[in-house]
Ligand binder design. Structure first.
Ligand code: CO8
Length: 257
């Protein structure tokens, strides 16, 4: 597919995906979501993904309001399903995905960040779910994922009020892992943590991601069951033999998966 609204750059196993519609504050049009769906469903090779928006006031200013304004119920449902599919693809990638947020992450932009494993932000970042101001509701997973990050009461307040939250508050409430002074510092830190992760067993990292995703919202007993199954499987992998042998041999492991 010809990516018109995405810029891709792979370095050292880290694929940086930049949503690039600066004239519309990187809003998620149907075309942009279709490109993301294609990219994420055909992705193979990178050890990690960094999701960001083109430099400017916004990370992603939400779903494209101009397009949505003309939609009927069926079209809105199809659009919502496309956005949800993209967030699920992001969430289920077997490699870690970090959102790097500089500027506005509103509506669908906040929802894209919520589908990533964790979020780094600059001091300029602003988060919010302002859909109710438009007579809409969060439709790309905001009602489902936000409360898992910040707690139900905070999520209700943000979603019902549409109030914007700055980087410091987002950090305090667990929406953001770390805040940086500049975009460059944020990217450098994200690449560093992704390089650290990439040095670990990819099979084990993928298994952790899968268990955390599956256990999210499950009763503890069921989650432990899922974890035990993945733990059992880890004993059958070359990575486990290599990792434990390397420790006992006092050398660095070389993971091949
Ligand atoms: N969609 C389309 N165009 C947008 C959007 C958007 N979300 N955001 C900004 N733009 C456009 C503006 O219309 C403007 O275009 P033009 O130059 O042609 O007039 C251009 O980008 C620049 O915008 P501003 O002049 O407003 O730029 P500022 O830097 O002053 O402000 C803001 C930036 C604060 C981001 C501001 O543009 C804004 O508030 N944008 C809208 C934010 C918003 O409400 N987002 C939520 C959208 S709803 C949503 O995401 C729902 C997701 C789930 C959908 C489920 C469907 C079923």
């Amino acid at each position: 597919m010809d990516y018109r609204n995405l810029v891709l750059d792979e370095q050292g196993g880290v694929l940086t995906v930049t949503v690039n519609r600066p004239h519309a504050r990187n809003a998620l049009s149907q075309r942009t979501l279709t490109e993301l769906r294609h990219l994420l469903s055909t992705l193979s090779g990178p050890r990690a993904v960094l999701l960001t928006g083109s430099e400017g006031p916004a990370f992603i200013a939400g779903a494209d309001i101009r397009e949505m304004a003309a939609m009927n119920g069926e079209e809105g449902e199809a659009f919502g399903a496309l956005g949800q599919e993209v967030t699920c693809l992001l969430e289920r990638l077997p490699v870690p995905v970090v959102a790097c947020v500089d500027g506005y992450a509103l509506g669908g932009g906040c929802e894209m960040a919520l589908a990533c494993d964790f979020v780094y932000a600059t001091r300029k970042a602003v988060f919010g779910q302002p859909e109710v101001l438009l007579g809409l509701i969060p439709g790309f997973g905001g009602c489902v994922r936000l409360f898992r990050r910040v707690g139900v009461a905070r999520a209700r307040e943000m979603i019902y009020s549409g109030r914007r939250v700055d980087a410091a508050e987002a950090h305090r409430t667990g929406l953001v892992n770390q805040v940086f002074d500049t975009r460059e510092e944020m990217f450098a830190a994200a690449r560093l943590v992704l390089a650290d992760i990439a040095a670990n067993s990819p099979a084990a990292v993928a298994a952790c991601k899968s268990v955390i995703n599956a256990a999210d919202g499950m009763p503890v007993g069921l989650g432990l069951h899922v974890e035990l199954e993945a733990f059992r499987h880890a004993f059958t992998t070359d990575d486990m033999r290599e990792g434990t042998a390397a420790f006992l041999g006092k050398r660095s492991p070389v993971f091949r998966t």
